[in-house]
Design a protein around this ligand. Structure first.
Ligand SMILES: [Fe+2]
Length: 279
């Protein structure tokens, strides 16, 4: 027996059903064939040329990306364009691409909870709660701590587990008793959290004006790298896929390819300020 692309598609659909995807999202098989035999699987946050290189070197012919590679409808596929170039490579090298996005954001074990797992914490409720077929899901998680922690200590702890830069919006000395987490761009969850009496959110991609307004309101953000934060869910996904494969008594290589943050934060002696730190 061997696995085909469609077997992984069906498994992902059980794990994080497409029925809960955001309406504008684009999940599923993006390039390739449902009928191809899978020689190995590579898990990534984003499809890049380096991810394709890695898949080729390691003979992994199915890439599962968290972010949809094709999001807006394509009007053309040109070999010389950055996106077209990658599509050409996938087809020429016979590599299939599946993307699994908002269903993985929304399930309980998903993207936001993966960040909490890295902190040795567990979410207690969803933010942006939705319900379908008697199942609840949402776009973020809320944690209540037994003991409060200073905003800066929580941020430093995150920086350590993510091994990445962290930015903080808010008074670093604020004691935090409860906070929200949303792996993606979660600033839109601010009002819902405020209604719950929670004034802190760990998320990524917070815009300048949102940060300024939040400072004024006394709402705190711990801003982390989008890709690195969302990459934490790949460990859980890998464990789930390994279980699935071994339940058929089969062995197949499943690997994770991580890339560094696209942002490089340079601190000089002159501008080393307390508002950005990496340790
Ligand atoms: Fe994302």
């Amino acid at each position: 027996m061997s696995f085909k692309t469609k077997d992984f598609y069906n498994f992902l659909n059980q794990l994080a059903p497409l029925t809960i995807a955001e309406p504008q999202d684009n999940n599923g098989l993006q390039v390739g064939s449902f009928e191809d035999e899978v020689s190995g699987v590579l898990l990534v946050v984003d499809l890049t040329s380096k991810a394709i290189d890695y898949a080729l070197e390691n003979r992994l012919n199915l890439i599962i990306s968290h972010h949809p590679f094709i999001f807006k409808p394509l009007t053309q596929i040109i070999k010389e364009d950055p996106k077209g170039h990658l599509i050409y490579r996938l087809i020429q090298e016979k590599i299939n691409l599946i993307s699994w996005h908002t269903p993985l954001d929304k399930i309980e074990e998903g993207v936001s909870e993966a960040i909490l797992r890295a902190l040795n914490l567990k979410g207690e409720r969803f933010i942006s709660l939705q319900e379908k077929n008697q199942k609840v899901f949402g776009l973020g998680r809320v944690v209540y701590l037994k003991k409060s922690i200073k905003l800066q200590d929580l941020a430093k702890k995150l920086g350590k587990v993510l091994k990445s830069w962290v930015m903080v919006v808010g008074d670093l000395e604020t004691p935090i008793k409860a906070f929200g987490v949303c792996g993606g761009s979660g600033a839109f969850l601010k009002d819902e959290l405020k209604n719950l009496g929670i004034n802190t959110l760990i998320t990524s991609d917070v815009k300048y004006h949102v940060a300024k307004d939040s400072l004024e309101e006394g709402f705190n953000f711990i801003v982390i790298d989008h890709g690195i934060a969302e990459g934490l869910v790949l460990d859980w996904l890998k464990t789930s896929l390994v279980k699935f494969i071994t339940s058929y008594n089969l062995n197949l290589k499943i690997e994770i390819f991580r890339e560094p943050s696209p942002y490089q934060i340079l601190l000089t002696e002159e501008n080393k300020c307390k508002r950005k730190f990496c340790d």
